[in-house]
Write a protein that binds this ligand. Sequence first.
Ligand code: FES
Length: 235
Amino acid sequence: MFDFTIDGRNVSVKEGTTILEAARSAGLHIPTLCYLKNVSSIGSCRLCVVEVEGTAGLVSSCNTLVKPGMVVHTNSDAITAARRTALQLIIADHGLNTTQYCFSCPKNGSCELQDRCRELGVETTPFDVKPAGGPILDSNPFIAFNPALCIRCQRCVGACNNAAGNHTLITGRRGVRTSILAPFGEDWKSTNCESCGNCAGACPTGAITMKRRRQYRSWEIQRVRTTCPHCATGC
Ligand code: FES
């Protein structure tokens, strides 16, 4: 254990703790989007940025380890401005300037991108970005992928690799044109995909969704604890 300072508080953490984990255990809120506990911490969305005294620029808290004596600030005008800019870039890529998906999106009301926009007061974007898009893949009877709604956070890839251990869902291309190669097209039967749905569960937007026999909104249903029907183990 060692001490560091976050928002003026002295906090003790174990070696190997990230700034985000330390902040959460101290009851502090830092917004995140691409981070998913034990699944993905690629640090791409930049919503979780914080200031570390003595470090130039802002650092992503989800994948930066706390060091002894570190002094961290999670809130300032510069941090809020950076988070808002990051979000504006993401929603531009999400097609908010060119299309109106939210009303018909199956994730409307339970979308983490909507939640972060509301939290940070972002309603529109000044950036004129042509969304990557691509054909909707929905040959798989259980899961569909709409690349126009994908924000390329890669949580689905982390879920497929680290949660399901399937390694079927991967990324293609690089940089700003990184795309998710989801196995839900016509050749879905020839892939290793077991339609477990971990990717849909990890997706923060409506890009990867489970097909439902009945359409509903999240507030119309009740979440209950049950046994996963994916395999015979019943864990
Ligand atoms: Fe840390 Fe996305 S949550 S960079």
